[in-house]
Design a protein around this ligand. Structure first.
Ligand code: NAD
Length: 260
């Protein structure tokens, strides 16, 4: 099969939540494609103890910087966008940082609810705002890509606060796409299915028991869980010129899970 290999030579890409998991692989693939990558995360070290993402990109011959960023803090989001100005300004903003805290609608406490929504919703919303305003101020086109989820469309047991946050990510993507189109800023989302990362390791044991009741635990048509390597190319596609007429879209990368 052929390869889609867009080049991002000289372009600046910010990826939030890029220390570990899906975000790390997105950053590595943009680095391989020639982009200047800014790794924006609360942690510098990956959860699995590997080499920090920005160092790995440099070892691979790319240019990369780590900017410690808590996406729940709007000032820090603006600061990481400002940091990209050193490289000519952000061309692609990837709002990927996300957390999951399982729990039933019957007993989730307001603090846990706010924590999940602060990272997943507020972080995505204000990350989009910070990047878009900077692109508009510089008079440059750009792309924003948000990490949604299979949960943007489908409910699962004990994930109501995560599902609601990812439903919001889907509509932030659409609303922002509508408003920012006139500035030539495209806004899209990638919706991964079950992807093997530290995040899924954390909750899956308990969740599996509940999932016996869950309609969604039917086999994924492609017959396996996904990997970050399966997901990252979707971001490169959506950021590329080849997707120049694609905006407001949520691209599912889930092995066919959503067809059930
Ligand atoms: P992960 O836990 O491996 O990585 C998440 C990264 O986000 C970590 O590096 C973490 O430090 C960072 N982060 C957490 N809170 C942050 C904050 N406040 N500010 C900045 N960074 C922060 O998780 P993952 O599986 O790679 O998930 C990445 C994204 O993909 C998330 O938005 C998640 O909801 C989404 N997603 C994951 C799956 C899956 O099956 N793994 C499926 C669908 C969607």
């Amino acid at each position: 099969m052929g390869q889609l290999n867009p080049s991002f030579e000289g372009e600046t890409v910010i990826i939030t939540g890029a220390a570990s998991g899906i975000g790390r692989e997105i950053a590595l693939q943009f680095g391989d494609a020639g982009a200047i990558t800014i790794v924006a995360d609360i942690d510098e070290e990956p959860k699995d103890g590997d080499v920090p993402t920005h160092e790995q990109i440099r070892q691979n011959g790319g240019e990369s910087e780590f900017v410690r960023t808590d996406v729940t803090d709007v000032d820090q989001l603006e600061a990481v966008v400002e940091a990209a100005r050193e490289y000519g300004g952000v061309d692609v903003m990837i709002n990927n940082a996300g957390i999951i805290v399982p729990g039933s609608i019957r007993d989730i406490d307001p603090e846990a609810f706010d924590t999940v929504h602060a990272v997943n919703v507020r972080g995505t919303f204000f990350g989009t705002q910070a990047a878009a305003n900077d692109m508009i101020d510089r008079g440059e086109p750009g792309a924003v890509i948000n990490t949604a989820s299979i949960s943007s469309n489908l409910a699962q047991y004990d994930q109501v606060q995560y599902d609601s946050s990812k439903g919001a990510v889907r509509m932030i993507t659409r609303g922002a796409a509508l408003e920012l189109a006139e500035y030539d800023i495209r806004v899209n989302a990638v919706a991964p299915g079950q992807i093997a990362t530290e995040m899924t390791e954390g909750w899956s044991a308990e969740a599996e028991e509940k999932a016996a009741k869950d309609e969604l635990i039917k086999p994924v048509p492609l017959g396996r869980a996904g990997t970050p390597e399966d997901v990252a190319p979707a971001y490169l596609y959506l950021a590329s010129e080849g997707a120049g007429y694609v905006t407001g879209e949520m691209l599912q990368v889930d092995g066919g899970w959503q067809v059930f």
